[in-house]
Design a binder for this molecule. Sequence first.
Ligand code: CA
Length: 267
Amino acid sequence: MIFPVTTPIAATMPRMDPIRSCALPADQTRTPSLAGERPRVLLVEDGDEVRTILASFLEKEGFAVTSVATGEDALHEAEQATFAVVVLDVGLPGIDGFETCRLLRQRSDAHVLMLSVRTDEVDKIVGFATGADDYVNKPFSPRELVARMRAAVRRQAPTGRECLELGALSIDVDARQAIVLGTVIPLTRIEFELLLMLAKREGLVVSRTELLTGVWGPTWVDSGSDHLVEVHMSNMRRKLIAAGGAGIVRTVRQHGYCIDSGLRLSA
Ligand code: CA
């Protein structure tokens, strides 16, 4: 198998501490892959050989793979079925991976992992801004790809019901849903993790560095990636505002962000 070498994007996520049981109705639980089922994966890659080999590898690793060669076909498949993970090549004929990701986000909350031969940070920023959750440079190790995909699937699996109630905002931690005034907010994984970090420290200002460390992992802190936080925070807040949650997340200039209730600065 020849997809050697990988990028060092951290897939580590903060450990979830039990909060309290949540009384949301069961039909609000998102279950892209039920326990015991093989996680459904949508593989979008125009290179015939790579697509065929990778699809076969993923099947052997226990995923149920639907593979397509274009963004248009990927969007069509996403209308037909719910996928736990979408592995999305950036360089595609027709609409490219970035645009596919943006359109996919309007209909799917699957974990989107982008593949690209481009290595500069601009591409990473564009990828995350369009709603991607993770990013792997070609050439890559299929074993690491699988490890990341499994971690994403594990994070999606509902294990119990815990929720945070913060005024107009409710967060169902296990279903990984944020609800504002009864409306489920279609957050990406990154946006949800940012919101959850703020919610767990309600009333405290959380710095961009803390958010980077907690959501992306410590390797991102030194890479001047504060703007990554800003991009995702901005997208998340726009969704909260659209549901009537304009005041939920506040920016504290020079310090970071806060879900406000008697604001005080941390450290
Ligand atoms: Ca390609």
